[in-house]
Design a binder for this molecule. Structure first.
Ligand code: 3BY
Ligand code: FES
Ligand code: FE
Length: 417
């Protein structure tokens, strides 16, 4: 009888053929999941939340990533802090998952008490010689980029986060995401691997068959055609599409709104792409009729016709529109379970029922997120089937998936796998 040992992770990485989806084991194996958490969620910058998750001093929220638990809070001086949710006495968790309001961080176990800066201020029974200063909560390296909070759990955070920062600071300024209000939030647990979640998000090949609501406003950038086999009419339509993009991009840029594509997708640690995308139809927002859902525009926005400032990273996607923004973060829970946390942002003073209708604001992306969860579950089930074989990506509509899969392999290699 043949006694087959499972391949090593390195052999799985070797067996990937370019232009194809990943070998099944890279999606479904728990040892690969552990490696992914270590490499992509502990050693790279990941998006975990927003400044406006904690709008007031004392607001705190807990974000769990693998075995790591983080406290994101606003201290008494109004500064954002990200701290490890591990007591410096005997390690107890301080806060439970979810949002809360705190004046100090009091450990439930033996009541060691920390200021919102992380400093230990009270530790009974520890004697005169005990040095409280050496037992502050451990801080986490983070950056707020235009109000999006990126953390890196490694001691050597990749420096090329600078590319993302440089691209986004000006782009995000007018939306003032830092001071936005979270009007709605959903947590959807997808029955699939996080890489299938990200791949699904990087193409719109599946949109026409699956996202009737999103398709009202979404104009795909990848036209999805083979220029060699196009009929003259289709060629004309495709050329018209690219001309329209170019003209709109130039017009927006001339008005002072950075719009052209900026990306770091290969030969980099920090993986991102941003571009101002056209919204079709009424052109204002990703709603059921493409008109704005909120009459109070975000931040200092005075125009509804600035399209959709799109940004993705390796665990997030974002759409910033004149009236609202949709911000999603992705956190793997196991090889076959992934949390997709989506937030809908509006101007901080926008009032539900007065300035915006919550259903209109959320309908499209609630539906799209559910539809995507179903697609991801189908892909994952297929990857678990012994009949699965990596399939070819479209050269026209799925180039970004091929880049993502190649980046994934490169980064695993860079970290010794
Ligand atoms: O826009 C997104 O986030 C991707 C691309 C279009 C569909 N999908 C959900
Ligand atoms: Fe926190 Fe003891 S573990 S006070
Ligand atoms: Fe989708």
């Amino acid at each position: 009888m043949l006694n087959r040992l499972p391949s090593t992770i390195s052999a799985l990485l070797d067996s990937r053929s370019e232009g194809h989806s990943l070998p099944a084991g890279l999606y479904v194996r728990e040892d690969v999941f552990e490696a992914d958490i270590d490499v992509f969620f502990h050693k790279h910058w990941i998006c975990v939340g927003l400044d406006c998750d904690v709008p007031e001093a004392g607001d705190a929220t807990v974000v769990d990533i693998g075995k790591t638990s983080l406290i994101l809070l606003r201290d008494d001086d109004g500064e954002i802090r990200v701290l490890h949710n591990v007591c410096r006495h005997r390690g107890s968790r301080l806060l439970n998952p979810g949002k809360t309001i705190v004046s100090k961080l009091v450990c439930p176990y033996h009541t060691w008490t920390y200021e919102l800066t992380g400093e230990l201020s009270y530790a009974p029974h520890m004697g005169k010689e005990f040095d409280k200063d050496c037992h502050s909560l451990k801080p986490v390296t983070f950056k707020s980029i235009g109000g999006l909070i990126y953390v890196c759990l490694s001691d050597n955070p990749p420096e090329d986060i600078a590319g993302l920062e440089q691209a986004m600071v000006d782009r995000l300024a007018p939306y003032d995401i830092r001071n936005a209000k979270i009007a709605h939030q959903t947590d959807v647990i997808e029955d699939g691997n996080w890489k299938l979640t990200m791949e699904n998000n990087r193409e719109c090949y599946h949109c026409s068959a699956n996202h009737p609501e999103l398709c009202v406003s979404f104009v795909d950038l990848d036209f999805g055609f083979d220029p060699e086999t196009l009929s003259p009419e289709d060629r004309e339509q495709a050329e018209e599409h690219f001309r329209m993009y170019e003209e709109r991009t130039q017009a927006w840029e001339a008005d002072g709104f950075p719009s052209a594509a900026v990306e770091q997708l290969s030969d980099c640690a920090t993986n991102f792409r941003t571009q101002r995308l056209i919204i079709s139809g009424a052109g204002e927002s990703q709603t059921h009729d493409a008109t704005a859902a909120s009459s109070k525009l975000l931040g200092q926005m005075t125009r509804k016709d600035l399209g959709d400032m799109h940004l993705w990273g390796h665990n997030s996607w974002n759409h910033f529109m004149g009236d609202h923004a949709v911000v999603a973060t992705v956190i793997p829970l196991s090889a076959g379970k992934t949390l997709v946390r989506t937030k809908w942002l509006v101007h901080k003073d926008a009032v539900e029922g007065v300035d915006y209708d919550l259903d209109k604001l959320t309908d499209v992306w609630v539906a799209t997120t559910d539809q995507d969860a179903d697609l991801v579950a189908r892909s994952h089930a297929g990857a678990l089937d012994p009949a699965y074989q990596p399939g070819p990506y479209s050269r026209f509509s799925e180039t970004n998936l091929d880049k993502f899969a190649s980046w994934y392999i490169d980064r695993m290699r860079a970290h010794g796998y």
